[in-house]
Design a protein around this ligand. Structure first.
Ligand code: ARG
Length: 489
């Protein structure tokens, strides 16, 4: 494009501005779209959510066009002025979104042209909606990933708080949902901290590949204008520029991997939910969650139902469904852009909304809410240490400890295992715990058993003995707590 053409003084709105979508490419079209097809093909009522990213992308593009001499400084100034007004209009609700204009991009561009005339029409120089939408989605998602990172941190802090208060509280650890070995409740909480830590790492990793600029790829093949793509990337705070125009406009792998990371995170929330639901049932009575996260029943007056964890478990299916939707959307698409990709937005938006709400609510439900008067968090989960410990006493949780005891006395582990099975059988028939069997009875199972056996048969002895790195001994749990505190500070 020559400079003369770019700078011609023609800023008054002209007659053929984009009032309806048909006019965006009208000369070729002999009939208007039916209302049904318009509704079917338009995305504005959901993709208007991208408006901030769309304006930011356009401003960065216009700034670069001006710096490269592709548009005049006057046109650049007009675009800036028009966009500032559009921003105000959208924020105040005065902006009129038109179905006829299909999507957020055409709506904003049409209004810009209405406001500043030909300068608005020059904005799209060297650009296509294909690289524009890919840029918008990436910019928007980058911001959301950052918010999700903050929420994941808050949730981890809540779990660390609960862990810290419950290092010495003993929970029956389960395998197969059968009592297995005693564990520190703090240790159990820190297991979830590890999961959410990895989720945060996955999000940060997705961000790296999301924060790369497609703009400048134009429709699919690049453009004939001397664009400075690196400059646009820098303006937008992006880490780099997509290196292949066909790939840049067409792949949505960043959205898919985000949804995969979100699905895993929801799966972790769902596992926690399942435990909360079990623990707060009358048969366990291990914990309570604050009333504001529960609901009553319309028929059974005694009920307090764990609706929030149940819904989180349910919403996990929804997010995993979005992952399936997006990955299937991509499959079978030839290069480069296809309209299929317009279907990326609703699943992506809903994934973000669902994940953010869930993390926010869990951080509060687990850790409580800050009371400004006391400076302390209140209203998190309440732990019934006694009920947990009683339950741990029930299922022969220290049977492995007795086997280990015999191994230390020289028995091969398999023989010790068999010996203890007999002891457990006897205790079961006496309806008592292993620690309640008299010494002479225990010695009947193996003569190597001595009085010191009772130390290892106690829950606390069992806990303290698991003092390997990553084990449940309180000393180990405290070391892990310190590590997480330092990391989350
Ligand atoms: N609304 C479209 C989308 O979401 C924008 C890109 C349209 N490009 C096109 N060539 N029709 O993907």
């Amino acid at each position: 494009m020559s400079k003369a053409q770019a700078t011609s003084a023609d800023s008054a709105p002209s007659h053929n501005q984009l009032d309806t979508k048909a006019q965006a490419w009208s000369a070729l079209f002999s009939e208007p779209m039916s209302d049904l097809v318009k509704r079917y093909t338009s995305s504005v009522f959901f993709d208007k959510r991208l408006w901030q990213a769309d304006i930011a992308g356009s401003l960065a593009h216009a700034e670069m066009l001006a710096a490269q001499g592709i548009i005049s400084p006057e046109d650049h100034a007009s675009i800036q002025r028009g966009m500032a007004q559009i921003k105000e209009e959208i924020e105040s609700g005065a902006f009129e979104w038109k179905l006829d204009l299909e999507d957020v991009h055409l709506n904003i561009e049409a209004r810009l042209t209405q406001l500043v005339g030909n300068a608005g029409k020059r904005l799209h120089t060297g650009r296509s909606r294909n690289d524009q939408v890919a840029t918008d989605v990436r910019l928007w998602l980058r911001g959301e990933i950052d918010l999700i990172g903050d929420l994941l941190k808050e949730l981890q802090v809540s779990l660390v708080d609960v862990a810290e208060q419950n290092v010495e509280v003993i929970l029956p650890g389960f395998t197969h949902l059968q009592v297995a070995q005693p564990v520190s409740f703090g240790h159990h909480m820190l297991a979830y901290v590890e999961m959410f830590k990895r989720d945060a790492e996955r999000m940060a990793d997705v961000r790296r590949r999301t924060n790369v600029l497609p703009l400048g790829s134009a429709a699919l093949a690049g453009t004939t204008y001397p664009l400075d793509r690196e400059r646009v990337a820098k303006t937008l705070g992006m880490d780099g520029v997509c290196q292949n125009s066909l790939d840049a406009v067409s792949d949505r792998d960043f959205a898919i991997e985000f949804t995969a990371a979100a699905s895993l995170c929801m799966v972790h929330v769902s596992r926690l939910s399942e435990e909360l639901i079990i623990w707060m049932s009358q048969n366990f009575g291990f914990i309570k969650i604050a009333d504001r996260f529960t609901t009553g029943s319309s028929i059974m007056p005694q009920k307090k139902n764990p609706d929030v964890p149940e819904l989180a478990r349910g919403k996990t299916g929804r997010v995993v469904g979005h992952l399936m939707g997006l990955i299937t959307l991509m499959k079978g698409q030839p290069l480069a852009y296809n309209k299929d990709n317009q279907e990326d937005k609703e699943p992506l938006f809903d994934t973000v909304d669902t994940l953010k709400d869930t993390l926010r609510i869990f951080a509060e439900m687990v850790g409580g809410q800050l009371n400004p008067a006391t400076g302390k968090k209140e209203g998190g989960i309440t732990v019934n240490a006694q009920a947990m410990e009683q339950a741990a006493l029930k299922g022969y949780a220290t049977a492995t400890d007795l086997a280990d005891y015999l191994v230390k006395k020289g028995l091969p582990f398999r023989d010790a295992h068999e010996t203890v099975a007999h002891a457990v059988k006897a205790a079961t028939s006496h309806n008592c715990d292993l620690s309640e069997l008299p010494l002479n009875v225990l010695q009947g199972f193996h003569p190597a058993i001595e009085k010191d056996v009772y130390e290892c048969l106690s829950l606390r002895g069992s806990l303290n003995a698991r003092n390997t790195l990553g084990g449940t001994a309180p000393a180990q749990v405290r070391a892990q707590l310190a590590r997480h505190r330092a990391r989350l500070a």
